[in-house]
Design a protein. Sequence first.
Length: 286
Amino acid sequence: EILRHLEDDGTRAIFTDSKSQYHYSIKRVIPTALEAIKDAEYEGTYIRPEPDKPYNVLICGLPNTGKSSLINSLRRKYMRKGKATKIGAVPGITRSIQERIKVCDEPVTYMYDTPGVVAPYIASAEVGMKLALIGCFKDHIVGEELIADYLLYTLNRAKRFEYVETIGLTNPSDNINFVMRQLASELDATIAGGIPDYHVANVHFIKRFRRGDLGRVLLDREQLTERRQQFLLSEQKRTDCWLNNVGHNFIGINLLHSHYFGCDDTNTGCEGDHVGMEFLDVIKCI
């Protein structure tokens, strides 16, 4: 479903895992990128000024989403070499556009690593919380307590209750203080006076989610549903418009119906104001 929406927008998407040493999807990245370049040249939307020179690819995206890890994975795959760019589990490791890094010998391809970028305007508070949850901002900027609270809300909404067992609860809960108190107890994390260390619990809760220990959650599920509904509505409108244009010409419809299905109103019961779905499919193909 995600791929379908991205492809509708003209995006060629590949799901990868740069943490794996040799994930099967990594080998598709370079061919897909070069195919996009060649298609653009064929369509006349892009012309390489020096076709005989190596390919240069700029990699960009949100902070802390694995851009540098992807470059290192490509080098391991095609060059059998190790890390060429520094990585870390926090945003802001890459602070400037790096010198180009060779990632492939055939064809010769270089990549430029870039710092993560975020749109200057965030559409809503929830979009901001989603970005914070996946680590696009440094946690202390938003606040670990707020991120953990949003995470608990997200897990409950998605009915992903793996946290209940991992933390040692008996039932799901929407009370972040109760959940973090239990987690602090599990971690034996306390401050002076035996008070639960909620900060440590919040940090561990977020970390477990990012490691995948709390289940796989699609944060934009409702957005995909909304876009799918919008797409279906637009398709319905197109169909209604088409029917309004041709549906009143019953004589023409019956003639086409007779031509393609070998029937007419007199011997098949086909009525001028009734068009079967198979017949509509034929008309659309025409």
